[in-house]
Design a protein around this ligand. Structure first.
Ligand SMILES: [Zn+2]
Length: 280
């Protein structure tokens, strides 16, 4: 009996991974805000800053490029386009609402610069939920952008926060309900970035969004306590300037070894985990 227990223990430590690796990508989750509000669930056991590539155009981290870098392990510069004709229609024919909506939500986005990259979400045994460049569902983003343009109207802010909250809860629930056959799950939440861009002047709403994220994450952490959980963000948000900050964030419910320092580190980490190698 004891021998069997010991064997299981050793297997769990060094052999095949019996736990799953869950990675949550939370766009614009800011390390100084997590520290300031002392959000202990989000900080987990180990947390810190991540170096991320800065856009040569703006000098700030550019979300699609940082996520492409994270998913491929290579520094990738992304040009985001929907094609000139579509951009023209979206820009100059705002009255044709239905066409505009269709083009913004249904027409596949084109990301120039991703053609040759191999993403870890495509590896066998990995499940991707709402992944940029793969199955990112943009309807909620379009809805948030639409609401952002009329925030001064009564009730809009509440609606805006509601869209963000329910999308976050929906994605977390999808992670919780994902079948055990997947060894690695990556899920992406975009709307915290849009929320901070829209509401940074309304400080208390941003703080409330962070507290909501803390509550949602506490729930998922409790449900998936047997798994290894990593949080990654592509940059934070400076609410004084209304701009992205220069570094990303990570945290883990185990002590990762080596300690991640750059957003590219996670590609190798997923590879190692899938090969049954130790990452802690
Ligand atoms: Zn971002």
């Amino acid at each position: 009996m004891y021998g069997q227990m010991l064997e299981t223990f050793i297997q769990n430590q060094v052999g095949e991974n019996h736990i799953r690796l869950i990675i949550l990508g939370i766009d614009a989750l800011d390390i100084s805000m997590v520290d300031k509000l002392d959000l202990r669930a989000l900080k987990q056991l180990q947390y810190g800053e991540l170096n991320v590539p800065l856009s040569p155009v703006s000098g700030y981290p550019h979300s699609p490029s940082v996520w492409a870098t994270f998913l491929s392990g290579n520094e990738v510069e992304i040009e985001f386009t929907r094609g000139r004709v579509i951009d023209f229609i979206v820009k100059y024919m705002p009255k044709i609402r239905l066409i505009r909506r269709f083009l913004q939500t249904e027409f596949p986005n084109r990301f120039i610069g991703m053609e040759k990259e191999e993403l870890f979400v495509d590896f066998e045994g990995v499940k991707g939920i709402n992944v940029p460049f793969r199955n990112h569902e943009v309807k909620n983003l379009v809805e948030l952008v639409r609401l952002r343009n009329k925030l001064s109207r009564q009730g809009t802010i509440r609606k805006f926060v509601r869209v963000h909250n329910s999308r976050t809860e929906e994605i977390f629930n999808e992670v919780i309900n994902t079948s055990e056959v997947h060894k690695v799950i990556f899920a992406f939440i975009q709307s915290l970035d849009t929320l901070q861009h829209a509401l940074f002047l309304r400080n208390s709403l941003v703080l409330e969004a962070y507290r909501h994220m803390e509550r949602c994450f506490s729930y998922i952490k409790e449900k998936l306590s047997e798994d290894m959980i990593i949080i990654v963000s592509d940059h934070g948000f400076d609410i004084e300037k209304g701009q992205h900050s220069y570094t990303g964030f990570y945290s883990c419910n185990h002590i990762l070894n080596p300690k991640p320092t750059h957003i590219t580190d996670f590609y190798g980490l997923v590879n190692k985990f899938l090969n049954g190698e130790e990452i802690t």
